[in-house]
Design a protein around this ligand. Structure first.
Ligand code: NAD
Length: 275
């Protein structure tokens, strides 16, 4: 299976479809990521706060897949914005992952009550210049936070990873991303199952003889977003990767676009200020 790539604003490329490991327990991560790599995924999305970087790293090491064929993302937690701990935080993540560099390092949440994320961004710029990460980006940034980074930073984020699925399409954020040349990554792309009974999705699945999850993944891909659905179940891990044998029609894409209802599964970034 050849997964399409997206070229980021720093000239690097990222596989458009990857595998996410939020809520994969630490003691299952090696096994689950091994299954994903066997199914053909080459892009893994983890984070320091997920507590499973060691398992991800063990699966990568065991796979024998050449490093340059893999795309690994991890994320800086909010507690490490403080006291300039950003450089050390990526060192710690790299140690757990058993890697010399990651492909993408993200600020996980802006936690905007103070503007420490701007200091953290300087740290990410430094890490990129040191070669510890190929690309740098942000997650859960509202347009106003992107504006602040543009005003104070030297590098434009390569991606902004935000909650996007049929019931929450974040058109304002996607427009701001586009304005800055930032690629949109969709987290909780399946809305964790909350849109599986929506009629346009069910209808498209029947029309193509595929599953509702496969329809939603196709919708993201054909709308140009990067995504990394999560599952711990072998059959679903394979199913979510088996999405390159059919194409949604314009009518089907538009019907799914019509499901927007501002329904969030996660936290609201402008008010979420974790410690
Ligand atoms: P998701 O939308 O990918 O849903 C995953 C859930 O959907 C699974 O636990 C399972 O219950 C179900 N599912 C998956 N495949 C299925 C299938 N084929 N058939 C039926 N049910 C299926 O949700 P997610 O895990 O929240 O998001 C994906 C990834 O996004 C995460 O693992 C993580 O990497 C990333 N993420 C990032 C942030 C952030 O703040 N940056 C937040 C949440 C998630």
């Amino acid at each position: 299976t050849v997964v399409p790539t997206v070229t980021l604003n720093d000239g690097t490329t990222i596989p458009q479809l990857g595998f996410g490991v939020w809520q994969v327990p630490a003691d299952q991560a090696e096994d689950v990521v091994t299954k994903a790599l066997e199914a053909g995924y080459r892009h893994i999305d983890t984070a320091a706060i997920y507590g499973n970087e060691e398992g991800v790293g063990a699966a990568i090491a065991k796979s024998g897949i050449p490093r340059e064929e893999l795309y690994v993302t991890t994320k800086l937690w909010v507690s490490d914005f403080k006291n300039g701990q950003t450089l050390q935080a990526l060192e710690t993540s790299l140690g757990k992952l058993g890697l010399d560099y990651v492909d993408l390092y993200l600020i996980h949440w802006p936690a905007p009550a103070d503007e420490k994320y701007l200091e953290a961004w300087k740290g990410l710029e430094e890490l990129q210049s040191q070669g510890k990460t190929r690309s740098i980006g942000v997650s859960n940034f509202a347009p106003e936070h992107l504006d602040r980074v543009a005003e104070t930073g030297s590098v434009t984020p390569a991606v902004n990873q935000v909650e996007v699925h049929p019931a929450l399409q974040q058109r304002d954020i996607q427009a701001a991303n586009e304005k800055y040349g930032i690629a949109t990554q969709a987290w909780s792309p399946l809305a964790q199952g909350a849109v599986f009974e929506d009629q346009p999705i069910v209808d498209a699945a029947e029309a193509h003889g595929v599953t509702v999850a496969q329809v939603i993944i196709r919708w993201h891909l054909q709308r140009g977003r990067i995504l990394f659905p999560k599952s711990v179940t072998d059959s679903r891990i394979k199913e979510n990767f088996d999405v390159f044998g059919f194409e949604l029609t314009d009518e089907q894409l538009q019907a799914i676009d019509g499901l927007e209802r501002n329904e969030r599964t996660g936290m609201e970034p402008t008010t979420f200020n974790p410690a």
